[in-house]
Design a protein around this ligand. Structure first.
Ligand SMILES: Cc1cc2nc3c(=O)[nH]c(=O)nc-3n(C[C@H](O)[C@H](O)[C@H](O)COP(=O)(O)OP(=O)(O)OC[C@H]3O[C@@H](n4cnc5c(N)ncnc54)[C@H](O)[C@@H]3O)c2cc1C
Ligand code: FES
Length: 260
């Protein structure tokens, strides 16, 4: 983990409140594992806490990385006003990321994403393809209006879409698409990132599956394991006291490991 003033190469709006930001700097050399995140200082003196955002794409050759974020509050609003050439104080890469070691050439992996949980799955899918694994993407959005990165995912592999309001493709939860797919395809691994409800659905659908990895979110402060702001409870802990830190022990956990 390092800290650097990274330079903004470009910023582009992809959908209402959704932005893609490309950054360049030495820090890109440290990046490699999909699912890791960067911790970004908001360029405003009164907002002290950094904001965690997942790495969406790493380009080692160009020494750039991309993030995709949704404007939620003051911090992300500030990010959205930045322009190419501006500098951003970045710490990272942080967290453990997805584990691809158990997968082999010819395997099929399900990649399940919802809303603003979709961005890190793009780098994951690229790296699976590099290993000879075939990903199938299942992406859920609130509506057609807030969809982004459809073509990027379709450009990598088969992609199935769902929208909560039925304005595009399957009407309903992304979990329905999974139910249908598992009837015919046995995946060697399932990777998911999105709201807790979606992660719970994935967990219950693949209860017996040995390789289901979920990317969790929590409110963070230090981002490196020191402040315990980001803890979540461990499942099957009789004392009820055991917890894990999402920032440095996660954000990826095996299904069944933590209480969602
Ligand atoms: C490991 C990790 C990876 C993330 N990756 C992405 C990403 O790729 N793209 C993206 O858009 N967002 C991502 N987030 C969420 C992002 O960090 C928050 O949206 C952001 O910090 C909000 O900052 P803000 O100042 O705009 O909003 P605030 O004013 O701080 O909060 C506004 C709203 O956002 C919610 N919020 C704030 N922080 C978080 C958080 N850490 N997790 C969930 N909700 C939060 C608050 O509850 C509130 O409702 C990630 C979070 C984590 C923990
Ligand atoms: S944010 Fe400080 S321990 Fe995780």
């Amino acid at each position: 983990m390092k800290q650097e003033m990274m330079k903004i190469v470009s910023q582009k709006q992809l959908a209402p409140r959704i932005f893609e930001l490309t950054l360049t700097g030495e820090l890109v050399k440290e990046m490699g594992t999909p699912g890791q995140f960067i911790h970004i200082r908001v360029p405003r003196a009164d907002l002290l806490l950094r904001r965690p955002i997942s790495i969406n794409h790493i380009d080692a050759e160009k020494q750039t990385c991309r993030i995709i974020y949704r404007v939620e509050g003051e911090g992300t609003k500030e990010f959205s006003q930045l322009q190419s050439g501006d500098l951003l104080d970045v710490m990272g890469p942080l967290g453990n990321g997805f584990d691809l070691t158990g997968l082999n050439k010819g395997d099929i992996a399900f990649i399940v994403g919802g809303g603003i949980g979709i961005p890190p799955l793009y780098e994951l899918s690229k790296q699976l393809l590099k290993k000879g694994v075939t990903p199938i993407h299942f992406l859920g959005y609130a509506s057609k209006e807030v969809m982004y990165y459809q073509e990027e995912f379709e450009g990598l592999a088969e992609t199935r879409f769902a929208t909560d309001d039925g304005s595009f493709a399957h009407h309903g939860h992304v979990g329905h698409l999974l139910e249908e797919a598992v009837q015919t395809i046995p995946p060697a691994a399932v990777f998911a990132c999105g709201a807790n409800g979606m992660l719970k659905a994935v967990e219950s659908q693949f209860k017996e599956h040995p390789n289901v990895q979920l990317s969790l979110e929590s409110r963070m402060a230090c981002g490196m394991g020191a402040c315990y702001a980001c803890v979540c409870h461990v499942k099957d802990d009789e004392t009820g006291n055991k917890s894990v830190k999402v920032c440095d022990e996660g954000p990826i956990f095996k299904a069944g490991e933590v209480v969602l």
